[in-house]
Write a protein that binds this ligand. Structure first.
Ligand SMILES: C[S@@+](CC[C@H](N)C(=O)[O-])C[C@H]1O[C@@H](n2cnc3c(N)ncnc32)[C@H](O)[C@@H]1O
Length: 233
């Protein structure tokens, strides 16, 4: 079974099968529409992956500068977003090493990517978080909007950070950076419980496959946190 990072490097189609099943009740699009006025805006997105978050906001925006560590994922994003090619600038870059953009963006968004940087380190959660924000700050207009989307648990009964470093990070997002948190359900729906176990197991590993199979449902709970606010100084 490949690691998550192998999946990002080589298995974009399988990754897309997973995310296509997520948020079947479509809570995230409503949430994004309520939290930001995207019309005519210039957006910076980190860890853009195959572009499933981008697809939710791209229509009304003016420009998207999007980055991901894996060129393999960005190829899929280019295909998914081909009809918006004129307003996209998608390039490989690490969340902790973003280039300086020619034009500052008005909104920064990331989905399920900063969490990887936080869990992987290096150094304290606070130092990684400071570095993540510094990479965005240099590319965002003063007072620009920050919108972070991260996991609050897969196949869990209630929303909670699934890793101690994420718990610390989420707490800092409010106490140190002044962002507001909302928790939404973004449950998966698969054709069958077996399909759910196979697809989630491929990404999260065998223990997840077993837990999903034991639950016996084609609908698997997923919790998502969305943090927003002006870019902290
Ligand atoms: C769970 S996927 C999320 C992708 C996309 N945002 C979405 O919502 O489907 C995580 C993405 O973050 C990227 N990633 C992981 N670590 C990264 C890092 N340090 N810098 C930039 N991208 C990273 C991966 O390549 C992958 O595309």
């Amino acid at each position: 079974m490949p690691s998550m990072y192998d999946i990002y490097r080589r298995h974009r189609a399988e990754y897309d099968r997973l995310v296509a099943a997520e948020d079947y009740a479509r809570h995230l699009p409503d949430c994004l529409a309520a939290l930001a006025d995207w019309r005519g805006k210039s957006v910076l997105e980190g860890g853009l992956g195959t572009g499933r978050v981008t697809e939710l906001y791209v229509e009304p925006v003016r420009h998207v500068a999007g980055f991901d560590r894996e060129a393999h994922m960005l190829e899929a994003a280019r295909e998914r977003l081909a009809r918006y090619a004129d307003k996209l600038d998608l390039r490989p870059a690490d969340n902790l090493d973003l280039p300086l953009l020619p034009e500052q963006a008005e909104i920064f968004v990331e989905g399920w990517s900063w969490g990887h940087s936080v869990v992987d380190g290096p150094g304290s959660v606070e130092s990684v978080a400071d570095a993540l924000f510094a990479n965005v700050r240099k590319n965002l207009v003063a007072g620009g909007l920050v919108l972070l989307i991260e996991t609050l648990g897969t196949n869990a009964l209630a929303p909670a950070a699934p890793h101690p470093r994420l718990a610390e990070f989420y707490s800092l997002l409010q106490s140190r950076y002044g962002l507001r948190q909302a928790a939404i359900s973004t449950d998966y729906r698969f054709p069958s419980a077996r399909d759910a176990a196979e697809t989630l197991g491929f990404f999260f590993g065998e223990p997840m496959a077993q837990a999903v199979l034991a639950a016996g449902s084609a609908i698997v709970p997923e919790w998502t946190g969305v943090w927003t606010g002006p870019m902290p100084a």
